[in-house]
Design a protein around this ligand. Structure first.
Ligand code: SAH
Ligand code: SF4
Length: 374
């Protein structure tokens, strides 16, 4: 087991046992219309369902006891029959710079993680879409652990609400960059996005979906014409390098996935992001910087440089020196490419997708990596 890093365990709140992880149907994940129907079915007026939706989604309430504008008998019935959220907190760590990472499960051994990221100008969160991931990227702690299952809409939105309940200020941004490949779980992802937009009130423009590069699903997402920010994990402009890092590239090579991203940009009007992992002497060479600049030229986009966050995946990958990162960045900038670097305080958590879950690696015994070549 690796060291947890500059983090400390945070004790569970008194509400956890009361509303989280009880083996009852969870209300999180139901739309306002569903909750109105539920209220009526339980002998209440329809508007009680809409009040309930406000408590769950707008106020991120963690206990039925807090819902003081609902009749006591209704609250008691709800508490008897339902859970608010399906999630149980398995581990909660706070880094010294105020980042919370939380490992959750639903009463079984399938753990997944979510992260609260306060910045100076906003609070963001990073949430998981799957338990594990079948894509098998060779630099990724989640990929190393294999795949269990897709998360439900309730579990996806539940992560957001858990983090919002922790945050003293509004969590306005969501990035789907936790465990898993969101576009392999497109239906539940889209339902979760609808709830976050319609019931929680988040802007689509404040939601980022990060994908390994599944071309049909990128095109499907584009057809919805939602102004969601799409980020592609590109990591190399060369097929031979990308093949080695990301098995998905055998199926959808660089040219195809970049074409899909350009079409997504046109369909949605949103600037896209190319995430670029810098692995020493593997992806950070000047030739790749030049080729990357040529590849994205003329496309409204940002290249997000992510120095490799060390994970022992048996490949011997190393994080590049500061000088190599700067040299790579300068090549791109000299070719007119917009470049950002992943902010240092977040990188150890957001980039290290699956690392906290990886500390509970005994729980992953039955995970299986899937082949994407089929
Ligand atoms: N499956 C999606 C989203 C989850 S991974 C995807 O791959 O895009 C989120 C980001 O973390 C991806 O850009 C991924 O390449 C990156 N990542 C994974 N392992 C990393 C590591 N060890 N160091 C830095 N970034 C990593
Ligand atoms: Fe899955 Fe993304 Fe990790 Fe690849 S980088 S294994 S797609 S979570």
């Amino acid at each position: 087991m690796s060291e947890p890093g500059p983090t400390s365990p945070v004790p569970a709140s008194a509400d956890d046992g009361a509303t989280y992880g009880v083996a009852k149907t969870a209300l999180v994940g139901k739309s306002k219309a569903d909750l109105e129907g539920l209220a009526v079915a339980l002998g209440e007026k329809r508007f009680r369902g809409s009040q309930l939706a406000k408590w769950i989604y707008e106020k991120a309430t963690t206990s039925f006891d807090h819902m003081d504008d609902l009749p006591l008998a209704f609250r008691q019935t709800l508490a008897r029959e339902f859970a608010l959220s399906p999630l149980t907190v398995a581990d909660h760590r706070r880094s010294t710079d105020g980042v919370d990472k939380i490992l959750v499960h639903n009463g079984d051994h399938q753990v997944y993680e979510c992260v609260l990221l306060p910045y100076d100008d906003r609070v963001s969160c990073c949430i998981s879409s799957q338990v594990g991931c079948p894509m098998g990227c060779t630099f990724c702690a989640t990929g190393l652990g294999g795949f269990d299952r897709n998360l439900t809409t309730s579990e996806i939105v539940g992560q957001y609400l858990l983090l919002q309940a922790l945050s003293p200020t509004r969590v306005s941004h969501v990035v789907f960059m936790g465990m898993g490949e969101p576009l392999l779980n497109l239906e539940n992802l889209l339902s979760a996005i609808s709830l976050l937009h319609d019931e929680v009130g988040l802007s689509h423009r404040h939601m980022t979906v990060s994908t390994v590069g599944l071309v049909p699903q990128i095109r499907e997402l584009a057809r919805h014409k939602l102004p969601i920010h799409l980020a592609l994990s590109l990591h190399s402009p060369f097929d031979d390098v990308r093949n080695r890092l990301m098995p998905v590239n055998h199926k959808w090579p660089v040219a195809e996935v970049v074409a899909a991203l350009k079409d997504y940009q046109v369909a949605t009007g949103r600037k896209v992001t190319y995430e670029y992992l810098l692995i020493k002497e593997v992806t950070d060479t000047p030739e790749q910087a030049e080729a990357l600049a040529r590849l994205v030229r003329g496309n409204p986009c940002v290249v997000n440089l992510i120095p490799f966050n060390w994970v022992d995946t048996g490949q011997g990958f190393q994080r590049p020196s500061r000088d190599r990162v700067t040299a790579f960045r300068r090549v791109l900038e000299s070719r007119g490419v917009n470049v950002v670097e992943r902010v240092e305080r977040g990188h150890d958590i957001a980039a290290a997708c699956g690392q906290l879950a990886g500390q509970h690696v005994g729980r992953f015994a039955n995970r299986r990596p899937l082949s994407v070549r089929d």
